[in-house]
Write a protein that binds this ligand. Structure first.
Ligand code: ADP
Ligand code: MG
Length: 303
């Protein structure tokens, strides 16, 4: 189990991580969300032992993870970290990059292992391509394959799909998280994408102003968003006076109600329209099967 105990850290004076504690079980998947600059990348780097903590301690199965003051090489053996900016060897092939840290002692096993890893990240067709000739998204997939090559016990991923296009993202995500669960590899993912979280995380940590604002299952936080920040991570939402936080899909047009709003704009969203309306001077969003004429008054009710 990973135990993060009251850690604090600052680059300069201002605390970037302040008194943060949480734990992650063996094989458990945790996502870290928060606005840009909230400290997600810094937290992952601290877990990897990149910097010395100002306060607190980090343990994996009782082994303390220490910073550069105490270690010549950053990063413990049982842990792998894939940075937002990944560094690969550009002049050798995808296969060679993935196999770089695997033993050459059993060449056949090594090739089979590389093939298995390239299947997980859906890069088999590019096995012999030089990394310098790959797109950003393909490079990101090579970095992922390399990180899981030696079966770490815990994997730290910083926005792992940020360079990967939507055509590939969905299936890659399923394939990678399924593989990690099968191998019982714990995984901590910094992300701003709810699709990384809802279906794949056991636990979701919200970072805000250097502290943990919430830590619970994605389902719990989705169903009980304690504030607009958390709700807005999941989708378009409203903070209504008497009703509190209501997602756009929870508001419906009805014949009669006290919630009267004037329609401003309809946005096409594929399977529905997102309607922006004015409710007593406040902006309100709701979902509707069709467009609604601008300027029309409608009545709203919570499902
Ligand atoms: P996130 O990943 O959530 O966007 P970061 O951890 O990258 O956030 O950054 C958190 C804060 O720390 C930001 O204010 C950022 O400017 C600052 N920061 C990040 N890296 C450094 C660094 N190497 N030196 C100084 N400040 C940094
Ligand atoms: Mg970041």
């Amino acid at each position: 189990m990973l135990q993060v105990k009251n850690i604090s850290f600052s680059y300069n004076k201002k605390a970037v991580i302040e008194n943060v504690s949480f734990s992650v079980g063996v094989g458990e998947h945790v996502s870290i969300i928060g606005e840009s600059g909230s400290g997600k990348s810094t937290l992952l780097k601290l877990l990897y032992g990149t910097y010395d903590l100002n306060e607190g301690q980090i343990f994996w199965k009782g082994h303390e993870i220490l910073g550069p003051k105490h270690n010549l090489v950053v990063g413990p053996e049982f842990m792998k970290y894939v940075a937002q900016e990944f560094d690969l060897m550009p002049f050798i092939s995808v296969s060679e990059n993935v196999g770089a840290f695997l033993s050459n002692f059993y060449p056949e096993e090594k090739q089979a292992r590389i093939k298995e890893l390239l299947e997980v990240v859906e890069l088999l067709d590019d096995a012999n391509t030089k990394v310098k000739n790959l797109s950003g998204g393909q490079k990101q997939r090579v970095a992922l394959a390399r990180a899981i090559a030696k079966q770490p016990e815990i994997l730290l991923l910083d926005e792992p799909f940020s360079h990967i296009d939507n055509f590939k993202k969905q299936s890659l995500r399923r394939s990678l998280f399924k593989y990690l669960k099968e191998k019982n590899i714990a995984c901590i993912v910094a992300t701003h994408d709810k699709d990384d979280v809802l279906s794949f995380s056991d636990q979701m940590i919200v970072l805000h102003e250097a502290k943990i604002m919430a830590n619970n299952t994605p389902k719990h936080l989705y169903e009980n968003p304690q504030n607009k920040l958390i709700a807005s991570f999941f989708g378009e939402s409203n903070n209504l006076n008497d009703l509190g936080i209501v997602y756009a899909h929870q508001l419906k047009v009805v014949d009669k109600s006290d919630l009267k709003a004037i329609v401003k704009t309809s946005y096409y969203k594929g399977s529905y329209y997102l309607i922006e309306a004015d409710l007593d001077g406040e902006r309100v969003f709701f979902e509707h099967p069709n467009t609604i004429e601008n300027g029309l008054q409608i009545c709203l009710s919570v499902l």
